[in-house]
Write a protein that binds this ligand. Structure first.
Ligand SMILES: Cc1cc2nc3c(=O)[nH]c(=O)nc-3n(C[C@H](O)[C@H](O)[C@H](O)COP(=O)(O)OP(=O)(O)OC[C@H]3O[C@@H](n4cnc5c(N)ncnc54)[C@H](O)[C@@H]3O)c2cc1C
Length: 484
């Protein structure tokens, strides 16, 4: 009789500490830890290029932390698990829960089939502080507005559990049919992703170091500083959270540990509420699984989006002629991330000044962000577009010039990412076309040659967007669908 073993499936939980599924599996005895790259089931939500790059490095670190015993496969999870069941004596399979609609569907099917084969499947809560079904209004419906969701729902619910230890003396099994990491082909063939390397340290250890650095140096300045992209007072933990290299429980409990810093308390509350926004995004995705592709507010289904591939490309390449927008889009391209304030500015510009569909912007972010996350990306794009849950009202249109003046007052962020206008004096940096020609020339700026003219007129495009929105409001009920 072969020795009985358990399987543990790594997904968005690439860590050893505070990993409830892994811990439970190891408590039963020998474990074959595995990760399956499934390229088909996610359909349009297959991982973007930058996420693939991150996953490559994260798996490399995880394999090291498991003493080389991480088993890798590519293909359909059911076929791969079935094949493993034919070669090993497996009675239990463990995983931590994921919340993307395609994952939920896949996990439900897997559970049913595995159960029929006599296998026990156990799933655990590892990447959210509160399960989405746990938080409901008094009427037993899902919340649609963040503040009551967070304050009345989450903060009144039982507090998040304490982080769990690593498995003690685990017995990991290496399968001879596991494929090498390079066979997953996660890295770009043309090597463009090398440039990202300078900006990140990846893996569980790096995530914890980053959290401690943030808690020691920045969290006290978070509330005041979080909107200023050049100051670096945010945690930059989002890709680590997204891949599960660190859990929200670990961060939540570490925050409680620094709340003794009297002056930091409002900042700690502010930071904790951003973790709350992450939870809210997952909550919305769970209760409204169409969130990634369908307007949360259906009246937006009739919105007259423009079709303009050239404008989309100018935006993607950071060539709009608006320095704050261009700095953000280039930060994204060069580093795989973008500061949250600037994400809002560039998203508003795409959706409102260019009147291009928010789904086009979300798709570009999906491909370029290291923290690309179906819940937060979809909820945030819908929020900026005005069609989401608890969204910014449509008429709130970020002005990229005043946003730059307010949140990058000395121009350090713009100068870093748009170096061709760095020599412009501060008063003109945010709107280069307002500089007198001799000033432009002295700074080496020739609009239309060294840096683009603004691609749209802000006031005119704003008015057009508001008119289009007004039209929506005037549509008689039911006509929205006829106009699609
Ligand atoms: C258009 C748009 C698209 C976005 N797409 C994503 C995405 O794909 N993935 C993603 O993780 N975040 C996304 N965000 C949210 C936010 O911009 C990032 O989470 C944040 O910039 C990450 O930086 P940080 O780790 O330094 O955040 P911090 O300010 O240090 O916040 C701590 C953590 O809280 C969470 N968080 C912070 N702000 C938000 C928010 N507004 N919504 C949800 N969670 C939040 C993140 O997990 C973050 O790591 C998007 C925002 C916008 C406006």
């Amino acid at each position: 009789m072969k020795q009985e073993i358990s399987l543990f499936l790594f997904r968005r939980d690439l860590r050893v500490l505070d990993n409830p599924g892994l811990l439970a599996a190891c408590q039963r005895g020998p474990v074959l830890p595995l990760c399956i790259l499934d390229e088909k089931t996610p359909g349009p939500y297959k991982m973007g290029e930058t996420s693939r790059w991150w996953l490559h490095h994260s798996l490399e670190k995880l394999a090291h932390d498991l003493d080389g015993a991480l088993n890798l496969y590519v293909g359909d999870p059911l076929s791969i698990l079935t094949e493993l069941l034919s070669r090993y004596n497996v009675r239990h399979i463990f995983w931590n829960r994921c919340y993307e609609p395609w994952r939920i569907e896949q996990d439900t099917t897997l559970k049913t089939i595995l159960k029929e084969k006599g296998i026990t499947v156990e799933s655990f809560q590892a990447s959210l502080l509160w399960e989405p079904w746990q938080i409901k209004t008094k009427e037993d419906t899902p919340y649609r507005v963040f503040t009551p969701y967070y304050k009345k729902g989450c903060l009144q619910a039982p507090p998040p559990r304490s982080p769990l230890p690593a498995p003690k003396a685990p017995h990991y099994i290496k399968d001879e049919k596991s494929i090498p990491l390079t066979s997953l082909q996660l890295r770009a063939k043309n090597g463009w992703d090398h440039k990202l390397e300078a900006h990140w340290l990846i893996g569980e250890k790096a995530a914890h170091e980053k959290m401690h650095l943030f808690l020691n140096n920045d969290v006290a300045h978070y509330k005041e500083g979080r909107d200023f992209p050049a100051l670096g007072h945010t945690s930059r933990l989002s890709p680590h959270l997204s891949f599960g290299e660190i859990s929200p429980h670990q961060i939540w409990h570490a925050l409680a540990g620094v709340s003794g810093l009297e002056e930091a308390s409002p900042s700690i509350a502010s930071f904790a509420s951003e973790l709350g926004w992450r939870e809210f995004s997952y909550y919305l995705l769970f209760h409204f699984p169409d969130l990634p592709h369908t307007n949360f507010q259906s009246k937006f289904d009739a919105f007259p989006w423009r079709a303009d591939t050239e404008a989309l490309q100018q935006w993607q390449q950071g060539q709009t002629g608006y320095p704050m927008v261009d700095a953000g889009m280039r930060e994204l391209w060069q580093t795989g991330t973008m500061h949250n304030r600037v994400r809002m500015v560039v998203a508003s510009f795409l959706v409102k000044n260019l009147r291009l569909d928010w789904r086009l912007g979300a798709a570009w972010f999906w491909d370029c962000l290291a923290d690309a996350d179906l819940a937060s990306n979809s909820a945030s794009w819908q929020w900026v577009a005005g069609c989401g849950a608890d969204a910014a009202p449509y008429f709130r249109i970020f002005n990229p010039v005043t946003q730059g003046q307010k949140f990058d007052p000395d121009g350090a962020y713009i100068r870093r990412f748009v170096p061709e206008i760095a020599a412009l004096p501060d008063p003109y940096l945010f709107a280069p076309w307002t500089a007198p020609i001799p000033v432009q020339r002295a700074a080496g700026v020739i609009l239309g040659q060294t840096y683009p003219h603004p691609m749209v007129d802000l006031a005119k495009s704003r008015d057009e967007a508001l008119k289009a929105f007004q039209l929506l409001k005037e549509l008689p009920m039911g006509l929205e669908n006829e106009l699609r």
